[in-house]
Design a protein around this ligand. Sequence first.
Ligand code: GDP
Ligand code: FE
Ligand code: FE
Ligand code: FE
Length: 196
Amino acid sequence: IDFVANYSEEARQELVQHVKSHMSEKRFKHVLGVEKAAMQLAKDNGVSVEKASIAALTHDYAKERSQADFFAVIDSEGLDPDLKEWSNAIWHGVVGAYLVERELGINDTDILHAIIVHTTGAAEMTPLDKVIYVADYIEPGRDFPGVNKARALAKENLDAAVAYETKQTLAFLIEKEARIYPKTIETYNRWVAQKQ
Ligand code: GDP
Ligand code: FE
Ligand code: FE
Ligand code: FE
């Protein structure tokens, strides 16, 4: 089924069942929460609600896949071999989008791009990219310091929510002394840092 051209409650249900079969109950609940948040943000920001639904339902599709699965995609798609130096946190979006395309038959480039950038953001983000990036952070099941501030910003201004999320995530990663993926820094420089 072409979910984008033929979006319907039946098509959505089929996608939901397929996604559900690939992940834990907990992660599946998160995915439904992201869908809910993303559809609202899409509505508020003049973005396709159908595309927001599909992108949200599939954004973490590959999160429970093995390193071997990701390496096979990196090789077969000719992706940057440096990706192999990273981890599931980066692969599940950047590489996982190709699994969404192959296994779920979703080939809408707007949706696939939103999946690719959902973890790190990007300097260039479409409105749909921003909707998924922010919805992932503020979905109703999330509970961490600052989440209510993020929710309030998202209601007011999507770009402000992108900036807040990017700053908080980078601060959190630095506190843990985690390796920062270069694209995360590009996102920070574009959406948070002041030009001087
Ligand atoms: P989730 O898949 O719903 O849990 O959320 P995300 O896809 O947004 O994030 C997955 C994980 O990647 C989170 O723990 C983030 O903190 C982490 N993450 C985001 N950016 C980076 C980065 O640049 N480097 C590293 N090491 N981890 C990151
Ligand atoms: Fe994710
Ligand atoms: Fe996220
Ligand atoms: Fe997620």
